[in-house]
Design a protein around this ligand. Structure first.
Ligand code: GLC
Ligand code: GLC
Length: 810
């Protein structure tokens, strides 16, 4: 069952019924100011950091679902309704929500009045614009009462929910004409405030929640709206809100526009006040002026659209499969921007207070984004590397506002360091910019410890070498990529976190996943050393990589697949000898991508085992059989019911590792089938089961052992976005930037006749036409560059021009 449709021309998903199986959201803003907005206008806004600079209060996991946002109430005679359906939930004559690229347009109509609201964050601006167009489609004069509404968060979203004994006293506002200012804590250590403005004279307002809503009313029935009368309240403490009241008259057929602006302002310390107790509103007025006419707002909106057109122009696919095209050309790239911006911090599943930017997560997110804005990717790599420790270890997370490592989470996840080699090498392959390796980057944010970025990669590499276990395999630490495989934790206390609790000492648990990862990015490190003339470094490093390959062959092969790990006691994890969790996906993916034992046929065997034991209708599950009981020596993974999350859920993030490994052994059909199973556009028809948005990936789909296989959770902020984009573009379509140029090496199902790709790389545009006359999966027999046959499938003409490339497979 569907709840809308894709509008590919406008690059929108159009939701046609408001009661979707879960709120289907979108993100506004691309740099400093961000908003989450659901299809019923729920959600919130924040500046840079969803924890420390939350502008709007939002109640997660509330009843009813998705409560709080930027709401409008229209009182037309006795009928009260909201254009986005919620919160009033009056049945609408017409409803539509168009989620586009960094904007959302919601339209509702009732009894001859149409209200359309366009929400977006203009480029380079710290505000959310809400352009409302009211249209009287009836033949009578309409006199309506319009109330806007949002509830302020007292900045620190965690404290906001915790510290009520203080919070209920601190709230402060100022009111000036049609602008309602929120200035809680401004008198003390804050230099920032927020405002909500409308570009028309108001006939009233409210800033105190209780006065507007009523103490025991729901947001669906604010007392002021029921009465059709604002209270003109001035908040002192309690819960400050911002609500404008406007009386609007519309002649038959008439249209009127209103511009609402939710803005954020910072003042220099010496310019905080206009006069005693009166905040300096100058920057707010300047911001308001920037968007005080429809022309200005429309221009800003056009600029945003142009921005996305340009961004998406770097990779354009024509495959003949509209679902594939819309994912590759629009939605997957879009999701990659969002994960790049927000890591795992704020979504409808991540509450924005627990997690900042993840070291491993953000490095991986970067590979789906680097072609869009390489300069921002570079900056991000430096930010991440700056939180690394001198021994190569890393804080697991850092706060976006301060860019400082998060002490509460700590470090010691032993896969973390290696992902820095991934992101850096992908950046160089995209840009050819080796200078990043010379950039001076601090360790642990201490400038006095700064060293060239290359030394960070070296520290990453040697962090593995210096932390090997009894089998010569990498020690796992708290956990590797799988946060829930806690082999050293031994937790009996339900009040402690599996990830952050101190490990039992003396543990020697080792990870085959890190081993494969090390071989892949260890080789990459060796290559980088060679390319910048560090031959000695390369030689030494190569030795360790070779040793790791041997260690995996000796101690990591279980007969039909790769082991997952050795536990604290040195016992096998992910082996046929185990009762449950006999096989895991991660080590098949990484040892597969590392091609360890390829000659001996190990990769094919391992991937066949994946197919046989882990594959199911909705994707590849993480492990099998699922754990049916809590195993103290395995930790959180065995805490989940079977089929969910890391316990045999389809953890979409790791599925593309298998796809890539499949393409490396030439099995295009397998890779493609795996791709389609988890790719949201192909799941649109089962949205009622899948539940999350059909335009973005979810982290997890319930696996074959779950009570409801196929049901997804945790959409948007997941490494799945970057890895699937990477798998489909670099390995299935095979359009792959390498240090020396653009490699074209597709691995597709044999029945594909071919496809076209436009790919920009290093300022040069390639129009690539792939033909598959012999119905093969892999193999290129002829490459024609601008009409001339060349003898390789690597294109290295970077002259800033346009080139045509014909690739014949066979
Ligand atoms: C989550 C985390 C990621 C981790 C994965 C598997 O997606 O963000 O860091 O690798 O779970 O546990
Ligand atoms: C939970 C989640 C996992 C995530 C981890 C880190 O264990 O299951 O996916 O990576 O938390 O916060």
């Amino acid at each position: 069952m569907k709840f809308g449709f894709f509008d590919d021309i406008n690059k929108e998903y159009v939701i046609t019924t408001p009661a979707t199986p879960w709120p289907w959201i979108n993100y506004l803003g691309n740099e400093d100011f961000f908003s989450l907005i659901s299809n019923t206008a729920g959600g919130y806004a924040f500046y840079k950091d969803a924890k420390y600079r939350r502008l709007i209060r939002y109640r997660y996991n509330n009843v009813p679902m998705d409560n709080g946002g930027r709401y409008f109430y229209i009182k037309d005679g006795e009928t009260i309704w909201s254009p986005g359906w919620k919160p009033v939930k009056t049945e609408l004559d017409h409803y539509e929500c168009r989620h586009g690229l960094s904007y959302t347009k919601i339209t509702g109509a009732k009894e001859g009045l149409k209200a359309e609201v366009l929400f977006f964050v203009p480029l380079k601006s710290w505000c959310e614009i809400q352009k409302m167009t009211l249209h009287n489609t009836s033949s009578d004069i309409k006199k309506i009462k319009l109330f806007s509404f949002l509830e302020w968060c007292l900045w620190n979203a965690e404290d906001d929910q915790n510290n009520l004994q203080r919070n209920l006293n601190t709230g402060e506002v100022e009111i000036e004409g049609s602008t309602l200012y929120h200035k809680t804590e401004y008198r003390e250590r804050r230099n920032h405030y927020a405002f909500y403005h409308v570009n028309a004279p108001v006939q009233g307002f409210d800033t105190d929640r209780e006065s507007f809503v009523g103490l025991y009313n729901e947001l669906s029935e604010p007392q002021a709206v029921l009465d059709g009368k604002p209270r003109n309240s001035h908040a002192h403490g309690w819960s400050p809100i911002a609500s404008h009241y406007l009386e609007v008259e519309l002649k038959p057929g008439e249209k009127k526009d209103l511009i609402f602006i939710l803005g954020y302002v910072e003042n220099p310390d010496d310019k905080k006040w206009e006069s005693p107790k009166v905040i300096n509103k100058k920057p707010a007025r300047t911001l308001i002026q920037k968007y005080d006419s429809i022309q200005k707002v429309d221009r800003a909106f056009e600029a945003l659209k142009d921005y996305w057109v340009a961004l998406l122009d770097g990779f354009v696919l024509e495959s003949g499969d509209e679902k594939l095209d819309r994912m590759v050309n629009i939605w997957n790239q879009y999701q990659c921007m969002v994960t790049f911006n927000l890591s795992r911090s704020a979504s409808y599943f991540e509450v924005g207070i627990g997690r900042g930017m993840g070291f491993r997560d953000s490095n991986q997110d970067l590979i789906g984004f680097v072609h869009q804005i390489p300069e921002r990717a570079r900056e991000r790599i430096i930010d991440i590397a700056s939180t690394q420790f001198e021994d190569g270890g890393a804080y697991h997370q850092y706060q976006p506002l301060t860019k400082r490592g998060n002490d509460a989470i700590g470090g010691n996840f032993n896969d973390d360091p290696l992902w820095l080699i991934l992101s850096t090498s992908e950046y160089i392959k995209e840009t050819g910019d080796y200078s990043i390796l010379d950039e001076m980057v601090p360790f642990d944010n201490d400038e006095s410890l700064a060293k060239p970025h290359f030394e960070h990669l070296k520290a990453s590499f040697y962090h593995v070498v210096n932390n090997l276990g009894p089998h010569g395999l990498p020690l796992i630490g708290r956990a590797d990529w799988n946060d829930c495989l806690n082999l050293n934790c031994f937790s009996t206390d339900p009040n402690e976190s599996f990830q952050t609790t101190g490990n039992k000492t003396g543990g020697k648990a080792e990870s085959l996943m890190i081993a494969g990862l090390f071989v892949v990015y260890g080789r990459e490190f060796v290559t980088l050393c060679r390319r910048i003339g560090k031959e000695q470094d390369a030689k030494e490093a190569q030795k360790y990589v070779d040793e790791m390959v041997e260690a995996v062959k000796h101690y990591g092969w279980d007969g039909e697949w790769f082991l997952r790990a050795y536990d604290y006691y040195g016992r096998k994890v992910g082996s046929k000898e185990n009762e449950e969790g006999k096989i895991f996906i991660e080590s098949q993916g990484w040892c597969g991508m590392a091609q360890i034992g390829k000659e001996e046929g190990l990769i094919e065997k391992a991937l066949d085992s994946v197919k046989e034991r882990l594959d199911c209708k909705y994707g590849i599950v993480l492990n099998n059989p699922a754990f049916t009981k809590y195993l103290i020596e395995y930790g959180e993974i065995s805490s989940y019911p079977e089929g969910y999350k890391e316990n045999a859920g389809i953890f979409c993030h790791n599925n593309p590792w298998i796809m890539i490994a499949e393409t490396m052994i030439g099995r295009g059909e397998y890779a493609w089938n795996y791709y389609k199973k988890i790719c949201p556009a192909y799941l649109e028809d089962i949205s009622d089961l899948h539940r999350t948005e059909p335009y973005v990936y979810a982290q997890m789909i319930a696996g074959k052992d779950a009570s409801k296989p196929g049901e997804a959770k945790n959409s948007w902020l997941t490494g799945t976005a970057a890895w699937n984009y990477y798998a489909v573009t670099r390995y299935i379509l095979g359009i792959r930037p390498e240090y020396d140029g653009l490699r074209i090496d597709p691995c597709i199902p044999p029945d594909w006749k071919g496809f076209n790709v436009k790919r920009k790389l290093r300022g040069t545009t390639f129009y690539i036409k792939v033909e598959n006359p012999k119905s093969v999966s892999k193999g290129v027999v002829k490459v024609v560059l601008d009409g001339k046959v060349i003898d390789q499938n690597l294109i290295n003409t970077f002259d800033g021009g346009r080139h045509e490339v014909l690739v014949i497979m066979g």
